[in-house]
Design a protein around this ligand. Structure first.
Ligand SMILES: Cc1cc2nc3c(=O)[nH]c(=O)nc-3n(C[C@H](O)[C@H](O)[C@H](O)COP(=O)(O)OP(=O)(O)OC[C@H]3O[C@@H](n4cnc5c(N)ncnc54)[C@H](O)[C@@H]3O)c2cc1C
Length: 325
């Protein structure tokens, strides 16, 4: 049976999460013995034929002028129409901001189950099983699906992006039942983060600060290290609640789930709700003056010391290394 993948785009460009989902789809399709088909809703083709190199055999494209930005009911109608046309075993989304909004809408329209924020998908005994962290990352849940299609939203940046197949995908028009779908919610614009820095959910390197910074102006220490590492700045909830940083910077259970290659936690104690958002980071470095701080239990590298001494010294060393590259 085929695997359907929802293809995200922004500013006329395909998003990396689309290739991540196609990589998972190709692996599943190889086990289940069917093709990988993409579905995209856009104002114009964002270069879908190129997804052949990521394993897509064909991509169904629903076009409408109002599909330039995310259009909840229109995009949901497109995925539902593609499901009806293709009859897939599974539909894969990214658990990105868009995917988290879209996947439940599609699940409700189809009356099928959805496993969200998955960190693994396998075929066991011919059936799909999704793996997802629960209880703030304290436990891992395996989810099976009684019906088809299985809807699965994949945590961004966990799965490698697929490429290199040297093939071109066939792009086919997808007709929607309604010519101009009405939506009760609309995205009117996307405000880019200041300074052109990547969003936390897409960042490869993050430097986060917590209450140990003691005052909002001391975040310049964090920003300086982030600058040296070309990193995005994050924050614990304590400092967001105190109004030191915007909510868009918050990492954790009630903030963003991040999966960078390097996460540097500075003056952050490591409460379970913070750890819930960073558990899929590849390498965690903690800087904290308290050797008993829980963050050290999950850190790959730890520095016990005063952040006001350690962080500027670290930033200096990184700058020296950068100068030699
Ligand atoms: C329902 C719920 C949801 C939540 N969601 C989130 C969430 O999404 N994200 C989140 O972060 N939290 C969340 N929290 C809050 C969480 O429980 C913690 O209160 C919060 O993470 C603590 O932030 P912190 O580590 O910055 O502060 P603290 O716990 O106060 O830790 C400050 C740390 O700084 C260290 N420190 C102090 N001075 C220095 C210095 N000079 N040098 C080095 N280290 C120093 C201290 O040793 C300490 O470990 C949530 C809580 C609840 C109840």
């Amino acid at each position: 049976m085929s695997i359907l993948v929802f293809i995200e785009h922004r500013d006329g460009q395909l998003r990396a999460v689309a290739r991540e989902a196609l990589g998972v789809a190709s692996r599943l399709a190889a086990s289940l013995g069917g093709p990988v088909v993409g579905v995209c809703a856009a104002a114009s083709d964002p270069g879908l034929a190129a997804l052949g190199d990521a394993g897509a055999e064909r991509v169904l494209l629903a076009t409408h002028e109002s599909f330039k930005l995310y259009h909840p009911s229109g995009y949901a109608a497109a995925v539902v129409a593609a499901v009806k046309a293709v009859g897939p075993a599974a539909v894969l989304f990214s658990a990105s901001a868009m995917g988290k909004d879209l996947a439940p809408r599609v699940a409700a329209r189809l009356g099928v189950g959805l496993a969200s924020d998955c960190t693994g998908v396998e075929v066991e005994g011919g059936k799909l099983v999704a793996v997802r962290p629960v209880y703030a990352g304290k436990a891992v849940q395996k989810v099976a699906f009684p019906g088809t299609p299985a809807l699965i939203a994949l945590r961004p940046k966990i799965f490698p992006a697929a490429a290199g197949a040297k093939k071109t995908a066939a792009v086919e028009p997808l007709a929607l039942p309604e010519a101009a779908p009405e939506s009760r919610a609309r995205v009117t614009r996307i405000a880019a983060a200041a300074g052109g820095k990547l969003d936390l959910t897409e960042a490869e390197v993050i430097v986060s600060g917590g209450r140990g910074l003691k005052a909002p102006e001391n975040f310049n220490v964090i920003e300086d290290l982030a600058e040296a590492l070309s990193a995005t700045v994050g924050a614990s909830r304590a400092v967001v609640d105190a109004g030191w940083r915007p909510h868009s910077d918050q990492v954790g259970q009630t903030g963003k789930t991040v999966s960078p290659k390097l996460y540097v936690a500075v003056g952050i104690s490591g409460a379970i709700q913070h750890l819930a958002g960073i558990s899929s980071s590849r390498c965690i470095v903690a800087i904290n003056k308290d050797p008993e701080a829980p963050i050290f239990k999950v850190a790959d590298y730890g520095v016990v010391g005063d952040l006001f001494e350690v962080v500027p010294a670290l930033a200096e060393e990184v700058r020296k290394l950068n100068a030699h590259v």
